[in-house]
Design a protein. Sequence first.
Length: 393
Amino acid sequence: MFTHHFKYALKILFRNRSLVFWTFAFPLILATFFHMAFSNITESEKLDIINIAIVNDQEFRENQEFRTAFKQLGDKNNKNRLFQVNYTTEKKAKELLADDKIIGYLKLINKEPKLTFNYSGIYQTIFKYVSDEISQTSKIIYYLSEEETKKQIKNGDIQINAQAIYANVMEMVDEKDVKLKNISNDHLDYVMIEFYTLIAMTCMYGGLLGMFSINQNLANMSNKGKRVSIAPIKKSITLVSSLLASYLTQLLGLALLFLYTIFILKVDYGNHILLVILLACIGSFAGLSMGVGIGIQIKSNEQTKTGILIAITMFGCFLSGMFGISMKYIVDQNIPILNKFNPVNMITDGLYSLYYYDILNRYWFNIISLLLFSLIFILLSLIKLRRQKYDSI
């Protein structure tokens, strides 16, 4: 019975021309436009050494983590260095920024980095990410140092061995800490963020399939839903088979997009292609869950629901940088809560972290966030479905 309904659901999906277009054709068309628009500027706009300034006051000089990190990232002997660092006063830093000789400057206030820019952009975004990661590392070092000190005291060591504590902590940090990779001189293409948002958008368009499938099982939305409601079979079988068919159809659309962008457009997704695919699969599940949730929660016709879903998806793409790379930074800087709950940003941020960072802490954080996002929509949908009753069919 399950197999029969599954095949039937697949046939219905593939006979819907509108869904076929949005699932299979539209992402490929958009990918082609991106390639045509950006292929000529990719080589000419690889990231150069980024000119920044750091307010070299007493607080910065006493912060070993920030001093060491920026010394390494700005080392002229390092062929992959990221920054040209100007250590100066705040007054001089403001002058350099006003003259556009630097893209921004950093000042430590109570051990927290405060960054000042004239405008937003990819360089400013990278400067912010680096500063945030160093700040997180500093907090890790402080916490680990405190724990190591407690261990020595608990073991009865009256004289605290600061050098031993520092050595142990730095060894742990080397194993756990996030290290930013400066891959710009080799193959960094910052237009990749556009393809990341394209993948995210494709994932979220799985919501159209989920919404269509759920509408096919609701008595107040379709004739099929009326038949399902009175049929002597378990509703869970038809519902699960329909959603599974939708999910597999969406995965097929994603596979087509990956094959097209990798082998035809020659898009480089980095060395973690399997993790990219895993994130896309979970992102598709999040999109499907959102489509099901909107389909169940909103009482309206199918066209209205579809319009709402597309509007939410495109707004999420806008916030995550599809229509302007700098928008992601602006939102992160001014209204970070928006992107924390934006599933499109969860996907792009996860892909972004794979491209730039050596370890996967940030990647797995976004994976977990997407799963929680999906779980919330599924639970809300189940609660709503259990309460649905009809006076007549």
